[in-house]
Design a protein around this ligand. Structure first.
Ligand SMILES: Cc1ncc(COP(=O)(O)O)c(C=O)c1O
Length: 317
């Protein structure tokens, strides 16, 4: 049972949003149909995990790098990033107002809320919500993801900046995921224009080859993931080699272990790639070591891994 479902709060949900400067019921956190956000898809966001500490109380996990990436997304999309400074206090306010004491998922959005044409200046509006969120079934029930390899591509940076965590970037991957599920997979990875493996619709992909942990390079059209940077640093701290490298479909399918990771998913161990069972499944010792370390850190039972956060805001290619 997940920490949040063990707590009565999860079933109730948390009803409030902080929207455009005020606490309102979530259903009232809306934008006009004519807004630049809804007409042209200009709305950047972050998902941030709120974890209950072993010693009590909840804390946002890795808040600073998420806010740095949000500011970078704002700049790339022409949105004023000043409102990002208010986010820590707003999260505290939402936690206090709803007496939140369980694991949750904070969604912070900066949207072009004004009605306008494609060439008009955007007015940034901040919306913050928190939803109950425990473990997904992969960690909760030890199930493995049946991963498809999609023929859909993520855009190159010449088409859309992959550093910008903007809603429009999810429309294509959503199609890929829908197709993969229809074909009997649980999730999928998309490709680069060159046919290399890029990432899943909402998660980074890692593979384990012996004592080496590998993930696609930032140039392989991936979002510069916060969990990606944490995994690279933590794998090294645990004594593994950890590298960003070109990953082909054959390389992925031949790996000892494959795991998807990201803020919402946390970790999703993969059992098969394109229908082929992985040799390491279901033992996955490297994935297990990373997951155990992660939960020790998020619960405050171990100090957080020191991480080079330049990896998450486009300053390192
Ligand atoms: C497209 C995409 N890639 C990767 C990730 C993982 O990133 P992070 O670890 O920063 O949550 C996400 C999660 O939001 C995502 O949406």
């Amino acid at each position: 049972m997940s920490a949040s479902s063990a707590n009565g709060q999860a079933a109730e949900g948390w009803p409030l949003a902080h929207h455009r400067g005020a606490l309102v019921p979530k259903g009232q956190a809306t934008l006009p149909m004519g807004s630049i956000a809804l007409r042209y898809g200009v709305s950047v966001f972050e998902g941030i995990r709120l974890y209950r500490k072993a010693s009590g109380g909840v804390t946002p996990w890795l808040l600073a790098p998420h806010l740095d990436r949000l500011r970078n997304s704002c700049r790339l999309m022409g949105l004023d990033d000043l409102c990002c400074d208010d986010v820590p206090a707003i999260i505290d306010e939402l936690v206090a107002a709803q007496a939140i004491d369980a694991d949750g998922y904070v969604r912070v959005a900066v949207s072009a809320a004004n009605v306008g044409g494609i060439d008009e200046e955007a007015e940034a509006a901040l919306t913050v919500t928190i939803a109950p969120s425990g473990r997904k079934r992969w960690l909760a029930r030890g199930e493995g993801i049946r991963l498809g390899v999609s023929s859909w591509q993520r855009p190159s940076d010449a088409v859309f900046p992959n550093e910008a965590k903007n809603i429009s970037a999810y429309a294509g991957p959503r199609i890929a995921l829908t197709e993969a599920k229809r074909a009997g997979f649980d999730s999928c990875v998309l490709r680069t224009a060159e046919g290399l493996i890029s990432e899943a619709p909402t998660a980074t992909v890692f593979l384990v080859e012996g004592a080496t942990v590998v993930t696609p390079r930032l140039g392989d059209h991936v979002l510069p993931g916060v969990t990606r940077a944490w995994v690279l640093a933590t794998a090294r701290a645990l004594g593994y080699d950890a590298v960003a490298d070109a990953v082909t479909e054959d390389r992925l399918a031949a790996a000892d272990e494959v795991v998807l990771c990201g803020t919402g998913l946390e970790f999703g161990p993969v059992r098969s790639v394109a229908g082929m069972e992985l040799s390491g499944w279901p033992v996955c010792p490297v994935t297990t070591a990373l997951v155990d370390t992660y939960f020790d850190q998020v619960r405050g039972l171990a100090p957080p891994t020191p991480v080079d956060w330049a990896l998450t805001s486009g300053r390192v290619r």
